[in-house]
Ligand binder design. Structure first.
Ligand code: HAM
Length: 524
C-alpha cells in the first residue's frame, strides 16, 4: 500500500545547515549585545500551565495559544512568549534579590495565519529587567535593543516609542475599570486603523447596554440625563416618589418597582457611556500624535492639559528620549507615537517597537515595554517594576538578508576614506593611517573610481562613517567624518589624532574614542 509523505506542520520551518547556522549566528550576536550590558542568560520551559498566559497576556496572545490537556489532565500550553515564564520563575524564588537583568532565547508558539515572516513556531531572544522604575531603565532597554541591531550592522530600522500609561490615567480618572478598561487599552492602536465605530461595536458585544439607545418609553425620556454624583438609593427614592405622583393609571401594565429598576439600569450605563465616549475621543486624538520627539511631546502636553491630566508619563518619555541620546543611540531612527499600545495586555508604561523597512507586512523586529503589574497578577505579594523586550530572530535574519548581509558578518571597517581627486591620494593614505593608529578600522578606497560610485558603494556596504579628503582637508590638515546614518559631520585635526596615539604596542583593538576638533553640523 502506498503511503503519503508526512507533511511539516504549517507555519513551522525545516532549517538546512546554512540557514540553521545563520539563525544561530544572529541569535548569538544578539545575546552578545545583551551580555555586553550586564544581562545574564536564563532558560525557562517550553511547556507552561495555560493559566500563566490566561491571566494577563491579553486576547492577542490568548486567542493564539497552543493549549491542551496532558495525560494527567493538566491544562498546559506551549509558551507563546518568554516574559511571563521569566516572571513566574522569579515569583517562585524563596528569597529573590533585585535588580535582576536576564536574557533568554528559544522557540515560542502562536497559532497565527502563516505568511512571510509570520510563523507558528519562531525564535525569540530578549531581555527582562526587574526592580528598576524610571526613565534610566526605560532608556537602557531601548538603547540595548538598538545596540544589538547596530552590532549586526543593520541600518534600515526605525524605533517607535509610546506610553500606555497616558490612556491608563484617563481611564482611571473616568472611573472605567474591568473589562471595558482592558478593551479600551487593547484598542488604542485599532482606533487609527479601523475607526471608533469598530471599537464601539466591540464594546457593545462586551456589554450591550453600553451603546443601546434609551428606549422610546415616554417615562424614560423625562428622566435626567445621568446620575453622576448621586447615590443610587437616592435616585431610586426620587423615582419612586415621581412615579407615585404621576398616578398608577399612567404606568401601564408594569409595576412601579419594575419601572424603577428598569430606569436605574438604563441610567447606570448612561454615565458609563459618556465616560466611554470621552475615552474614545481622547484615544482618537492621542492616536494622531506621532513623529519627531519634540513635536510629539509638545502636542501630547496640550492634549493632557485639555483633559485635565497630569503630564507625568510625558515627562518620563521626555527623560527617556534625553537619556537615549546619552547612550549614543542613533537618534534619527527614533520617533514617538502616543497611539502605540502593542498587543500584549500587561504593559503599563513605556512601550516600543522596532520595524525594518525591508520586511514588508511583517516588519516588526522587536517589541517591548514596561509591565509593572504583571508580578502581582502572577502571584507576587508586592508589585515589582519590570520591563524588557524580545526580538523575533527569524525576522532579524530576514532583515539582514534584505540589506544584503545574510549572517550579519561585521563590516570590514568603520570608516571608508575616499580621495576626492587623484592628487589627494597621498593625503588620503596619511589620513587612513592616522585614523587607524587612533584605533579606528579604516578601509581606504584604492580603486580610483568616480566619487559618486565610491559613495554609492559605501552606502551599500554599510560603513558607519565616510571621509572624502580633498583640497580643503589637506590645507587645514584635518579629516571630516560623515555619519552615514544621520549625515552629521565631525571634523578632526590630524595633529590631535596623532597626539591620541597610544604608546607603541598598547593600541586599542578598534572603535576608540577620538578627539574632536569641531562639530560641523549636518551634511556637506
Ligand atoms: P511580541 O511583540 O509579541 O512581544 O513579540 C516580540 C517579537 O517577536 C516581535 O516584535 C516579532 O519580531 C516576533 N514575532 C511575533 N510574532 C511572530 C510570528 N508569528 N512569527 C515570527 N516572529 C514573530 C513579546 O512577545 C513580549 N514578550 C516582548 C517583551 C519582553 N515585552 C517585555 N519583555
Amino acid at each position: 500500500m502506498e503511503r503519503r509523505a508526512v507533511e511539516r506542520v504549517r507555519g513551522t520551518q525545516d532549517l538546512w545547515p546554512a540557514d540553521a547556522r545563520q539563525l544561530e549566528v544572529v541569535r548569538r550576536r544578539l545575546e552578545e549585545a545583551f551580555a555586553g550590558f550586564g544581562y545574564r542568560r536564563m532558560d525557562v520551559p517550553v511547556l507552561e500551565p495555560a493559566e500563566l498566559h490566561l491571566r494577563k497576556s491579553g486576547l492577542e496572545i490568548i486567542s493564539k495559544l497552543y493549549a491542551f490537556d496532558d495525560l494527567g489532565g493538566r491544562r498546559l500550553c506551549l509558551r507563546p512568549e518568554l516574559t511571563a515564564s521569566v516572571v513566574r520563575a522569579f515569583v517562585a524564588q524563596p528569597a529573590p534579590r533585585l535588580p535582576v537583568k536576564v536574557f533568554s532565547s528559544g522557540s515560542v508558539f502562536r497559532y497565527e495565519r502563516p505568511s512571510k515572516g509570520r510563523y507558528r513556531q519562531f525564535t525569540q531572544s530578549g531581555v527582562e529587567l526587574f526592580g528598576a522604575s524610571g526613565a534610566l531603565a526605560d532608556a537602557e532597554i531601548v538603547a540595548l535593543a538598538m545596540d544589538a541591531l547596530d552590532r549586526l550592522g543593520l541600518v534600515d530600522y526605525r524605533v517607535t516609542i509610546g506610553h500606555v500609561g497616558i490612556l491608563g490615567e484617563l481611564l482611571s480618572k473616568l472611573g472605567l475599570t474591568g473589562r471595558v478598561r482592558t478593551q479600551l487599552l487593547e484598542s488604542l492602536e485599532e482606533t487609527r486603523r479601523h475607526g471608533l465605530d469598530a471599537i464601539r461595536g466591540r464594546l457593545h458585544e462586551l456589554d450591550p447596554d453600553l451603546f443601546d439607545p434609551l428606549g422610546d418609553d415616554p417615562v424614560e425620556r423625562t428622566l435626567p440625563a445621568q446620575s453622576d454624583g448621586v447615590g443610587e438609593e437616592h435616585v431610586r427614592a426620587s423615582l419612586t416618589g415621581l412615579l407615585s405622583k404621576m398616578g398608577a393609571e399612567r404606568l401601564g401594565r408594569r409595576s412601579e418597582g419594575d419601572i424603577v429598576e428598569r430606569l436605574l439600569r438604563k441610567l447606570r450605563p448612561q454615565s458609563h457611556r459618556e465616560a466611554v465616549e470621552r475615552a474614545l475621543e481622547f484615544m482618537e486624538r492621542l492616536g494622531g500624535i506621532r513623529g519627531e520627539p519634540r513635536e510629539v511631546l509638545g502636542a501630547g502636553r496640550d492634549l493632557l492639559q485639555a483633559f485635565g491630566l497630569a503630564a507625568a508619563p510625558l515627562e518620563s518619555l521626555d527623560r527617556t528620549v534625553h537619556l537615549l541620546e546619552a547612550f549614543g543611540a542613533n537618534f534619527h531612527r527614533v520617533q514617538l507615537d502616543l497611539g502605540l499600545s502593542r498587543g500584549l495586555q500587561y504593559y503599563t508604561g513605556m512601550v516600543f517597537e522596532i520595524d525594518h523597512a525591508g520586511l514588508g507586512a511583517e516588519s516588526q523586529l522587536c517589541g517591548g515595554g514596561r509591565y509593572d503589574d504583571l508580578f502581582r497578577a502572577l502571584g507576587a505579594r508586592a508589585p515589582i517594576p519590570a520591563l524588557g523586550f524580545a526580538f523575533g530572530v527569524e525576522r532579524v535574519k530576514l532583515a539582514l538578508e534584505a540589506e544584503g548581509r545574510p549572517s550579519g558578518e561585521p563590516r570590514a571597517a568603520d570608516v571608508f576614506v575616499i580621495p576626492g581627486t587623484p592628487e589627494y591620494v597621498p593625503f588620503a593614505a596619511r589620513v587612513a593611517t592616522t585614523l587607524r593608529r587612533a584605533g579606528k578600522r579604516v578601509d581606504l578606497d584604492v580603486t580610483g573610481r568616480p566619487l559618486k560610485t565610491s559613495l554609492n558603494y559605501a552606502d551599500r556596504e554599510g560603513y558607519s562613517q565616510v571621509a572624502v579628503v580633498g583640497e580643503a582637508e589637506a590645507r587645514d590638515e584635518l579629516v571630516r567624518l560623515r555619519d552615514m546614518g544621520d549625515g552629521r559631520e565631525q571634523a578632526l585635526s590630524l595633529a590631535d589624532l596623532a597626539r591620541e596615539w597610544p604608546a607603541e604596542g598598547a593600541r586599542p583593538p578598534g572603535g576608540a574614542q577620538l578627539p574632536r576638533a569641531a562639530e560641523a553640523g549636518r551634511g556637506h
